[in-house]
Design a protein around this ligand. Structure first.
Ligand code: CP
Length: 310
């Protein structure tokens, strides 16, 4: 891979290769050896714990040198743009830039630039895409079921503002899963209808193999989009009563952070059928696989990685 920016830019074969590689890494198969020093910078202009720190962990496990970057003490504070920041990091010799920014498709001008030489990894672009979250989510589902074809998957909650929903519905449909949506009317996005049908949560919980909940993204809501948080769990969320109606083998997922007792009853966060902690752990291996594929694309790893990814 040259960059990792959106699920649309990946073939099904590339996605399945990345998932299988991430699973190998999780089982303890050693990561590929880097032939010469590699430098990564993690530029997070929106808050993050999981994505930022699991990329950092993945980079350390692969032996990549991390160049510290703190937005609040950088020249961003003097008004420097994202483009000029990445141009600078590239000129300094950075090989990989992992970026989260509130601007949708921020990566387009970066990958089109002939001056920016570093690989760009999208760590979340506004309400656009979250492709590395998609990969770790798919890995988690694949570990459970070993396939996607015919699986029924409900994506529930703040659909309109969710980059996770957009990446996941695209890839899940392409891989043969049947996608359903549920959530408040204010957050229905008409463009989702080509990916699956909307149903009330009570019509879905007993029918699906995966209930994938989304965080209520208060920070992105305009006044007309607000929903009562006091009644959200009862009206739209997964509570213990609904959980008891799920199929015996069905699983609960959530990209986290979870608003406990809003989209998911707090007692269910670590219940037997919850895979939320597994998703976090899988994030490290999924991101190692992404980084390996990027490194293979830059010809800086041994023959093993070339064989896996090229
Ligand atoms: N799931 C996710 O993207 O979490 P962070 O915002 O903590 O990175």
């Amino acid at each position: 891979l040259d960059h990792f920016i959106s699920v649309e830019a990946l073939t099904n074969e590339e996605v399945l290769t990345l998932i299988k590689r991430a699973s190998q890494l999780k089982k303890g198969i050693l990561p590929t050896q880097i032939k010469e020093p590699l430098y990564a910078v993690n530029l997070f202009f929106e808050n993050s714990t999981r994505t930022h720190k699991s990329f950092e962990m993945a980079e350390k496990k692969l032996g990549i040198e991390i160049i510290d970057f703190e937005p609040s003490t950088s020249s961003i504070k003097k008004g420097e743009s994202l483009y000029d920041t990445v141009l600078t990091m590239s000129a300094l010799g950075t090989d990989i830039a992992v970026i989260r920014d509130s601007k949708e498709a921020f990566y387009t001008e970066l990958i089109e630039s002939s001056s920016i030489k570093c690989a760009i990894i999208n760590g979340g672009d506004g309400t656009g895409q979250h492709p590395s979250q998609c990969l770790l989510d798919l890995m988690t589902i694949y570990e459970e079921y070993g396939h996607f074809d015919g699986l029924k998957i409900a994506i529930v909650g703040d659909l309109k503002h969710s980059r996770v929903a957009k990446s996941n519905m695209t890839m899940l449909k392409r891989l043969g899963a049947e996608v359903f949506f549920s959530g408040p009317d204010q957050w229905i996005d008409g463009s989702f209808s080509e990916y699956g049908n909307y149903l009330a949560i009570d019509d879905l919980v007993s029918e699906v193999d995966v209930v994938m909940l989304l965080r209520v993204q208060h920070e992105r809501h305009e006044t007309h989009e607000t929903v009562s948080i006091e009644t959200y769990l009862d009206n739209y969320g997964l509570n213990e009563t609904r959980e008891k109606k799920m199929k015996p083998a069905a699983i609960i997922m959530h990209p986290a952070p979870v608003n406990r007792d809003v989209e998911l009853e707090s007692s269910l966060v670590e219940c037997d059928r919850s895979r939320i902690v597994t998703q976090m752990s899988n994030g490290v291996y999924a991101r190692m696989a992404i980084l390996e594929a990027i490194i293979a694309g830059r010809n800086k790893v041994d023959k093993q990685a070339d064989d896996i990814f090229t």
